[in-house]
Design a protein around this ligand. Structure first.
Ligand code: HEC
Length: 148
């Protein structure tokens, strides 16, 4: 318990220092309820500047569709993000909670959706389930679904 609290405190300090050179772009991501998630300083701006390589998308595909990590986004969003009764399609160009940018997508995966607008159950946060590498890759994959 104490060790976890200490870790959280250290992380928070590290994150707030990292934020000193904050880019205005990252303000588009909805602020999390708790201290900034690890990796957030390089969220929107860095991602928009193009780490969307075929290799990244392939890794994201395996995270999304459940072959690597514990992403299993497909359980709710359907295979290849086609949508199910539990969660919306991610392959069209309409977005319920944001602008469809890679920063928005990654922020949503990190935080989950506590209060869905059109679906019965919330989306869990993947902040601690996926590594930062997997989060970036799955965001790149989801982005690619509606930008073919
Ligand atoms: C337990 C079911 C569930 C899982 C698992 C899940 N989601 Fe979601 N997701 C949802 C729900 C519910 C919403 C919000 C729908 C609403 O507001 O009506 C959502 C919303 C989203 C949105 C925003 C969509 C929009 O139109 O604004 C993105 C992006 C997203 N999810 C990506 C993912 C990714 C990537 C994963 C895997 C890492 C994932 N989700 C796993 C249920 C899930």
């Amino acid at each position: 318990m104490t060790r976890a609290a200490l870790c959280a405190a250290l992380l928070f300090i590290a994150c707030s220092q990292g934020h000193l050179g904050r880019q205005t772009d990252s303000t588009r991501v909805v602020p999390p309820p708790s201290p900034a998630p690890p990796g957030s300083p390089n969220t929107a701006a860095a991602m928009d500047s193009g780490i969307i390589t075929p290799k990244e998308i392939a890794l994201g595909d395996s995270v999304f569709n459940g072959r690597a990590g514990e992403g299993i986004c497909a359980t709710c969003h359907g295979r290849n993000g086609a949508g199910t009764a539990a969660a919306p399609s991610l392959a069209d160009r309409s977005w319920i909670h944001g602008d469809g940018s890679i920063g928005f997508i990654k922020g949503t995966v990190i935080q989950g959706v506590q209060h869905p607008a059109q679906h019965p159950l919330p989306m869990p946060p993947f902040e601690h389930t996926l590594t930062d590498r997997q989060l970036q890759a799955v965001a790149a994959y989801v982005y690619s679904l509606s930008h073919k």
